[in-house]
Design a protein. Structure first.
Length: 90
């Protein structure tokens, strides 16, 4: 069984290992991402839309969205409380 390193511009994505059943793509964390019929498809699986770098970007975007939603909610709650406190004075 042989293995091939999948990398682009110095970024390590994982390895592609040849087995008797086909090619297994293993990501940089050591987790198998799937069994593929050919080496090219296995490499593509490591660097495609479900690749490690895109997963990190999506997680970063989710954290930013959560922070923005939390901030907007806090502002809305503050404005609602202020309006409620000032309403009797009008």
């Amino acid at each position: 069984m042989s293995s091939v390193v999948a990398s682009t511009a110095g970024d390590f994505f994982g390895t592609v290992e040849r087995t008797t059943a086909g090619f297994v793509a293993v990501d940089r964390r050591g987790e198998a991402t799937g069994l593929f019929a050919d080496e090219r498809t296995a490499r593509r699986a490591l660097t495609s839309a479900s690749g490690p770098q895109l997963i990190k970007k999506r997680a970063r975007v989710r954290r930013l969205q959560f922070a923005a939603a939390t901030g907007a909610g806090a502002i809305a709650a503050t404005l609602a409380l202020t309006a409620g406190a000032l309403a009797p004075l009008i």
